[in-house]
Design a protein around this ligand. Structure first.
Ligand SMILES: [Zn+2]
Length: 289
Protein backbone atom coordinates (compact mmCIF):
# COMPACT_ATOMS: atom_id res chain seq x y z
CA UNK A 1 0.00 0.00 0.00
CA UNK A 2 1.47 3.35 -0.98
CA UNK A 3 1.42 6.35 1.36
CA UNK A 4 -1.30 7.85 -0.86
CA UNK A 5 -3.49 4.73 -0.60
CA UNK A 6 -2.92 4.59 3.16
CA UNK A 7 -3.98 8.23 3.43
CA UNK A 8 -7.17 7.55 1.45
CA UNK A 9 -7.97 4.54 3.62
CA UNK A 10 -7.46 6.64 6.77
CA UNK A 11 -9.76 9.35 5.40
CA UNK A 12 -12.38 6.73 4.63
CA UNK A 13 -12.22 5.31 8.15
CA UNK A 14 -12.19 8.72 9.86
CA UNK A 15 -14.91 10.39 7.77
CA UNK A 16 -17.91 9.27 9.92
CA UNK A 17 -16.14 10.52 13.06
CA UNK A 18 -15.16 13.82 11.48
CA UNK A 19 -18.72 14.34 10.26
CA UNK A 20 -19.94 13.73 13.79
CA UNK A 21 -17.63 16.38 15.22
CA UNK A 22 -18.59 18.90 12.56
CA UNK A 23 -22.21 18.24 13.46
CA UNK A 24 -21.38 18.82 17.13
CA UNK A 25 -19.61 22.06 16.33
CA UNK A 26 -22.62 23.28 14.40
CA UNK A 27 -24.78 22.59 17.44
CA UNK A 28 -22.38 24.36 19.76
CA UNK A 29 -22.31 27.47 17.58
CA UNK A 30 -26.09 27.47 17.41
CA UNK A 31 -26.49 27.26 21.16
CA UNK A 32 -23.74 29.78 21.93
CA UNK A 33 -25.29 32.52 19.80
CA UNK A 34 -28.81 33.78 20.08
CA UNK A 35 -28.44 35.51 16.72
CA UNK A 36 -28.94 33.32 13.64
CA UNK A 37 -25.84 31.20 13.07
CA UNK A 38 -23.81 31.78 9.93
CA UNK A 39 -22.33 28.29 9.87
CA UNK A 40 -23.82 26.26 7.03
CA UNK A 41 -26.14 23.44 7.92
CA UNK A 42 -24.89 19.90 7.46
CA UNK A 43 -26.85 19.11 4.30
CA UNK A 44 -25.17 22.00 2.49
CA UNK A 45 -21.79 20.92 3.78
CA UNK A 46 -21.66 17.56 1.98
CA UNK A 47 -18.27 17.01 0.43
CA UNK A 48 -17.75 17.06 -3.33
CA UNK A 49 -15.62 13.93 -3.23
CA UNK A 50 -18.23 11.93 -5.16
CA UNK A 51 -17.60 14.03 -8.27
CA UNK A 52 -13.91 14.67 -7.65
CA UNK A 53 -11.38 12.42 -9.28
CA UNK A 54 -9.10 12.83 -6.21
CA UNK A 55 -5.86 14.12 -7.66
CA UNK A 56 -2.88 15.16 -5.58
CA UNK A 57 -2.10 18.81 -6.33
CA UNK A 58 1.43 20.03 -5.70
CA UNK A 59 2.56 23.63 -6.18
CA UNK A 60 6.03 23.95 -7.70
CA UNK A 61 7.85 27.17 -6.71
CA UNK A 62 8.63 29.51 -9.60
CA UNK A 63 11.61 31.77 -10.26
CA UNK A 64 10.46 35.36 -10.73
CA UNK A 65 11.78 37.20 -13.77
CA UNK A 66 12.58 40.74 -12.56
CA UNK A 67 11.92 42.15 -16.05
CA UNK A 68 8.28 40.95 -15.95
CA UNK A 69 5.06 42.07 -14.28
CA UNK A 70 2.95 39.33 -12.71
CA UNK A 71 -0.83 39.36 -12.98
CA UNK A 72 -3.06 37.21 -10.79
CA UNK A 73 -6.54 37.09 -12.27
CA UNK A 74 -9.07 36.01 -9.62
CA UNK A 75 -12.78 35.16 -9.83
CA UNK A 76 -14.84 35.27 -6.61
CA UNK A 77 -18.05 33.68 -5.33
CA UNK A 78 -18.44 30.64 -7.58
CA UNK A 79 -19.69 28.16 -8.33
CA UNK A 80 -22.50 30.26 -9.75
CA UNK A 81 -24.04 31.41 -13.00
CA UNK A 82 -21.03 32.57 -15.03
CA UNK A 83 -18.37 30.32 -13.48
CA UNK A 84 -18.42 27.78 -16.32
CA UNK A 85 -18.14 30.58 -18.93
CA UNK A 86 -15.10 32.07 -17.14
CA UNK A 87 -13.49 28.65 -16.75
CA UNK A 88 -14.03 27.69 -20.42
CA UNK A 89 -12.67 31.05 -21.55
CA UNK A 90 -9.52 30.69 -19.43
CA UNK A 91 -8.96 27.24 -20.91
CA UNK A 92 -9.53 28.51 -24.46
CA UNK A 93 -7.14 31.44 -24.04
CA UNK A 94 -4.59 29.40 -22.08
CA UNK A 95 -4.57 31.90 -19.23
CA UNK A 96 -3.86 31.05 -15.60
CA UNK A 97 -6.53 32.14 -13.11
CA UNK A 98 -7.69 31.49 -9.55
CA UNK A 99 -11.27 30.77 -8.50
CA UNK A 100 -12.11 31.66 -4.87
CA UNK A 101 -15.19 29.56 -4.23
CA UNK A 102 -17.98 29.48 -1.64
CA UNK A 103 -18.82 26.10 -0.07
CA UNK A 104 -22.52 26.75 0.22
CA UNK A 105 -22.77 27.66 -3.49
CA UNK A 106 -21.79 24.12 -4.52
CA UNK A 107 -25.38 23.01 -3.96
CA UNK A 108 -25.95 20.62 -6.90
CA UNK A 109 -24.07 17.84 -8.66
CA UNK A 110 -23.57 20.15 -11.65
CA UNK A 111 -22.06 22.94 -9.52
CA UNK A 112 -19.89 20.47 -7.59
CA UNK A 113 -18.61 19.18 -10.92
CA UNK A 114 -17.52 22.71 -11.93
CA UNK A 115 -15.57 23.03 -8.66
CA UNK A 116 -13.96 19.68 -9.31
CA UNK A 117 -13.11 20.55 -12.94
CA UNK A 118 -11.43 23.79 -11.88
CA UNK A 119 -9.42 21.99 -9.22
CA UNK A 120 -8.36 19.20 -11.58
CA UNK A 121 -7.30 21.69 -14.27
CA UNK A 122 -4.43 22.87 -12.01
CA UNK A 123 -1.80 24.27 -12.70
CA UNK A 124 -3.80 26.36 -15.18
CA UNK A 125 -6.69 27.07 -12.83
CA UNK A 126 -6.52 27.05 -9.05
CA UNK A 127 -9.37 26.40 -6.63
CA UNK A 128 -9.11 28.48 -3.43
CA UNK A 129 -11.22 29.03 -0.29
CA UNK A 130 -13.73 31.90 -0.05
CA UNK A 131 -15.61 30.56 3.02
CA UNK A 132 -18.67 28.36 3.42
CA UNK A 133 -21.36 31.01 3.86
CA UNK A 134 -19.80 34.23 2.51
CA UNK A 135 -20.72 35.57 5.97
CA UNK A 136 -24.36 35.49 4.78
CA UNK A 137 -23.60 39.08 3.81
CA UNK A 138 -23.29 40.07 7.52
CA UNK A 139 -19.62 40.94 7.48
CA UNK A 140 -19.48 42.83 10.79
CA UNK A 141 -21.11 40.01 12.71
CA UNK A 142 -18.92 37.44 10.95
CA UNK A 143 -15.61 39.15 11.77
CA UNK A 144 -16.70 40.04 15.30
CA UNK A 145 -16.89 36.28 15.94
CA UNK A 146 -13.41 35.30 14.70
CA UNK A 147 -13.40 31.68 15.92
CA UNK A 148 -16.76 31.02 14.26
CA UNK A 149 -15.51 32.73 11.08
CA UNK A 150 -12.35 30.59 11.11
CA UNK A 151 -14.47 27.43 11.40
CA UNK A 152 -16.55 28.62 8.45
CA UNK A 153 -13.33 28.60 6.38
CA UNK A 154 -12.18 25.22 7.71
CA UNK A 155 -15.50 23.72 6.66
CA UNK A 156 -15.20 25.13 3.12
CA UNK A 157 -11.64 23.79 2.90
CA UNK A 158 -13.00 20.32 3.57
CA UNK A 159 -16.29 20.38 1.65
CA UNK A 160 -14.82 21.97 -1.49
CA UNK A 161 -11.70 19.82 -1.18
CA UNK A 162 -9.45 22.89 -1.57
CA UNK A 163 -5.86 21.85 -2.36
CA UNK A 164 -3.89 24.65 -0.65
CA UNK A 165 -4.25 26.75 2.50
CA UNK A 166 -5.22 29.87 0.57
CA UNK A 167 -8.21 31.98 1.60
CA UNK A 168 -9.83 35.21 0.50
CA UNK A 169 -12.01 36.88 3.13
CA UNK A 170 -15.56 37.71 2.00
CA UNK A 171 -16.12 41.44 1.60
CA UNK A 172 -12.66 42.46 2.75
CA UNK A 173 -9.18 42.83 1.32
CA UNK A 174 -6.75 41.53 3.97
CA UNK A 175 -3.43 39.80 3.52
CA UNK A 176 -1.70 37.09 5.54
CA UNK A 177 1.61 35.71 4.32
CA UNK A 178 4.79 34.37 5.92
CA UNK A 179 5.50 36.75 8.82
CA UNK A 180 3.26 39.46 7.35
CA UNK A 181 -0.29 40.41 8.29
CA UNK A 182 -2.12 43.31 6.67
CA UNK A 183 -5.70 43.82 7.85
CA UNK A 184 -7.99 46.28 9.55
CA UNK A 185 -9.20 46.23 13.16
CA UNK A 186 -12.28 44.21 12.24
CA UNK A 187 -10.53 41.36 10.40
CA UNK A 188 -7.30 41.21 12.42
CA UNK A 189 -8.55 38.60 14.96
CA UNK A 190 -9.66 36.09 12.29
CA UNK A 191 -6.46 36.76 10.30
CA UNK A 192 -4.40 35.97 13.40
CA UNK A 193 -6.28 32.69 13.94
CA UNK A 194 -5.91 31.69 10.28
CA UNK A 195 -2.22 32.63 10.35
CA UNK A 196 -1.67 30.52 13.48
CA UNK A 197 -2.96 27.40 11.71
CA UNK A 198 -0.92 27.97 8.56
CA UNK A 199 -3.35 29.70 6.20
CA UNK A 200 -2.45 32.41 3.69
CA UNK A 201 -4.97 35.16 3.03
CA UNK A 202 -4.98 36.91 -0.34
CA UNK A 203 -6.60 40.31 -0.87
CA UNK A 204 -6.59 42.29 -4.11
CA UNK A 205 -4.99 45.40 -5.60
CA UNK A 206 -7.49 46.23 -8.33
CA UNK A 207 -11.17 45.36 -8.77
CA UNK A 208 -13.18 45.15 -11.97
CA UNK A 209 -16.35 46.53 -10.39
CA UNK A 210 -19.88 45.32 -10.97
CA UNK A 211 -23.28 46.96 -10.82
CA UNK A 212 -24.88 45.74 -7.58
CA UNK A 213 -28.36 45.71 -9.12
CA UNK A 214 -27.72 43.55 -12.19
CA UNK A 215 -24.16 42.23 -11.55
CA UNK A 216 -22.94 43.53 -14.93
CA UNK A 217 -19.40 44.95 -15.21
CA UNK A 218 -19.11 48.70 -14.60
CA UNK A 219 -15.90 49.31 -16.56
CA UNK A 220 -15.24 48.31 -20.16
CA UNK A 221 -12.37 46.00 -21.08
CA UNK A 222 -10.48 48.98 -22.55
CA UNK A 223 -10.84 50.98 -19.30
CA UNK A 224 -9.62 48.00 -17.28
CA UNK A 225 -6.56 47.58 -19.53
CA UNK A 226 -5.64 51.21 -18.81
CA UNK A 227 -6.15 50.69 -15.09
CA UNK A 228 -3.92 47.59 -15.09
CA UNK A 229 -1.21 49.55 -16.86
CA UNK A 230 -1.55 52.52 -14.45
CA UNK A 231 -1.43 50.33 -11.35
CA UNK A 232 1.66 48.52 -12.56
CA UNK A 233 3.36 51.76 -13.57
CA UNK A 234 2.72 53.47 -10.25
CA UNK A 235 3.56 50.23 -8.47
CA UNK A 236 1.13 51.04 -5.68
CA UNK A 237 0.64 47.33 -5.05
CA UNK A 238 0.75 45.06 -2.02
CA UNK A 239 3.93 43.57 -3.52
CA UNK A 240 5.71 45.59 -6.26
CA UNK A 241 5.37 44.10 -9.77
CA UNK A 242 2.66 41.67 -8.63
CA UNK A 243 -0.92 42.75 -9.40
CA UNK A 244 -3.91 40.85 -8.00
CA UNK A 245 -7.12 41.57 -9.92
CA UNK A 246 -10.52 40.85 -8.39
CA UNK A 247 -13.51 40.03 -10.58
CA UNK A 248 -16.69 38.01 -9.97
CA UNK A 249 -17.80 35.07 -12.14
CA UNK A 250 -21.39 36.32 -12.37
CA UNK A 251 -20.30 39.51 -14.17
CA UNK A 252 -19.49 37.46 -17.25
CA UNK A 253 -22.51 35.12 -17.42
CA UNK A 254 -23.92 36.81 -20.55
CA UNK A 255 -22.17 36.36 -23.89
CA UNK A 256 -21.51 40.06 -24.49
CA UNK A 257 -19.73 40.31 -21.13
CA UNK A 258 -17.88 37.01 -21.66
CA UNK A 259 -16.63 38.67 -24.86
CA UNK A 260 -15.56 41.68 -22.82
CA UNK A 261 -13.55 39.42 -20.47
CA UNK A 262 -12.07 37.69 -23.52
CA UNK A 263 -10.97 41.04 -24.96
CA UNK A 264 -9.46 42.09 -21.61
CA UNK A 265 -7.41 38.89 -21.24
CA UNK A 266 -6.34 38.77 -24.92
CA UNK A 267 -5.10 42.36 -24.84
CA UNK A 268 -3.09 41.73 -21.68
CA UNK A 269 -1.63 38.58 -23.22
CA UNK A 270 -0.32 40.66 -26.12
CA UNK A 271 1.98 42.51 -23.72
CA UNK A 272 4.99 40.23 -23.42
CA UNK A 273 6.03 41.90 -20.14
CA UNK A 274 2.98 40.46 -18.43
CA UNK A 275 2.91 36.96 -16.96
CA UNK A 276 -0.32 35.42 -15.66
CA UNK A 277 0.00 33.27 -12.56
CA UNK A 278 -2.24 31.53 -10.04
CA UNK A 279 -2.10 32.91 -6.49
CA UNK A 280 -0.19 29.95 -5.06
CA UNK A 281 2.78 31.64 -6.80
CA UNK A 282 2.21 35.01 -5.12
CA UNK A 283 5.42 36.04 -3.29
CA UNK A 284 6.02 35.19 0.36
CA UNK A 285 3.31 32.61 1.02
CA UNK A 286 3.61 30.09 3.81
CA UNK A 287 3.87 26.37 3.07
CA UNK A 288 0.78 25.50 1.03
CA UNK A 289 -0.14 21.95 2.05
ZN1 LIG B 1 -17.00 37.25 -2.37
Amino acid sequence: MTLYQANRMLNFLLLPFLSFFIGCNDGKVNRANTKPTIVANKSKADTIKNVDTVKLVVSQPIQYDTTKKYIYLTFDDGPQNGTAACFELCKKLGVKATFFMVGQHASSTHLKQIVSDIKNNYPQTLLANHSTTHANGKYHYFYQHPQMAAEDFYLAQKTLNVPFKIIRLPGNTSWVREGKLRSNGLTKPVCQILDSVGYNVIGWDLEWNFNHKNANPVESAATMIKRVSNYLEKNSLNVPNHLVILTHDRMFRNQNYTDSLSKFISMLQQNKNYVFETVDHYPGLKKLN
